[in-house]
Design a protein around this ligand. Sequence first.
Ligand code: GLU
Length: 494
Amino acid sequence: MTDNQPARVRYAPSPTGYFHVGGARTALYDYLLARQTGGAFILRVEDTDQKRFNPEAVADLLAGLRFLGLEWDEGVEAGGSYGPYTQTGRLDIYRKYTKQLLDDGYAYRCFCSSERLAAVNDARQKAGQNPGYDRHCRRLAPPETEARAAAGESFTVRLKVPPAGSITVHDAIRGAVTVKNSQLNDAVLIKSNGIPTYHFAVVVDDHLMEITHVMRGEEWLSSYPLHAHLYNFLGWEPPVFAHLPVILNPAGKGKMSKRETRAPDGSLYPVFVHTFKEMGYLPEAMFNYLALVGWSYDDKTEFMTREEIIGRFSLKRVNASPAAWNYDKLNHFNGIYIRRLSVEALTDRLLPFVRRAGIQADRDTLLKITPLIQERLTLLSEAAEKIDFFFGDDLPPFDLALLTPKKLTPADVPPILQKARAVLARIEFNHDALAAGLKQAAADMGLKAGQFFQPVRVATCGKKVAPPLYGTLAVLGKETVLRRIDQTLARLSE
Ligand code: GLU
């Protein structure tokens, strides 16, 4: 940062849809700057577009921010001295500044009907011009427009963009950008229903909330000159602006999808924070990964704690060019973060996933199972199908064909199970004794360990792929193991 003054940084989503990782990345950077400078992270809901308002979106957003550990200091639900923090609660405030702009001649009332506006737009496009408004009402005298408004005629309020010249805006990531005023539209500030547009509300709020840094998606860069004009017209000092790079899809072609899609193999490409949570991504992995989507500390450091990222973040190292989302990398991060958890902590994270999958797991049993799967887990949601057989007395019927190892025949299976049963009945159920006993049993029968283990594993776990055998048998316990072997032998003799 250029200075280390406490930054007041806001995340200002429009509640039109579920909380997307693109928004999460913006919120994360806001949070990082606020924490690094000992400033404030502010959450403001920009709900002026009532047509696109989605009532579920706010709850989804708050839950997503909390999941990622992006606790806000001020804003919706948290309160603060700059509220209200929801824009539709601030309509009186916008009215005051609309009047100021009208009185100062920086804005004007527009009475054009939507039909006329559409026709103008069409005509401009046909003539090869940019779509936009022909400034028809700009020449009306203010007393006339006041009278028409007072008589109840419907109108919008538009920004009076200077007719000539250009404006230069500064972006902390991209440097200076100069735009000719002739390329700008007389943007609508107040809609005919009296509600401000995003452009107007965002400027008023950022100023009144004393925001020092505006970080937002690159798609807003083109609106920045309009916002800069508003700051000038209102006589306000603008905050620092930083337009964050677009997040591309994993193929690096086009923006990351706004909707979740399934691959041909049925796997889901999540894009909403709540889906990542449901799939069992850890917030600490997401935090670390998201920080690196567009920012880097140096050219090599990947794994950093929350505190390290807060300390190291800088807008100077935010890349101006787009960053591609990489599910493989995120999965890799998640696996690493899972392995870094203590057995206790991982157990507590797994418990709700396992129970949601319908397994009546108790914490004490799960504590013993967790170490068996910790090394192999990428997502918390994968645990249930790996460990379901630990719970419940009997196995659901499995395909008996699974019992037969390669190069052996079904007729070889019962003697193996009988031998295993005899050995298991007499040894102690701890890792070393099980390893020694079972290896010896395989050797006695002239079989490779793998050949001997497969029927034992399938008879006790119901599947060919299961956690490491000795540990698994030890957790299942002698009684369950012997009973399941007996049940399998009985099924085989039917
Ligand atoms: N409400 C805008 C959005 O949801 C925020 C843009 C900004 O941060 O200025 O994209």
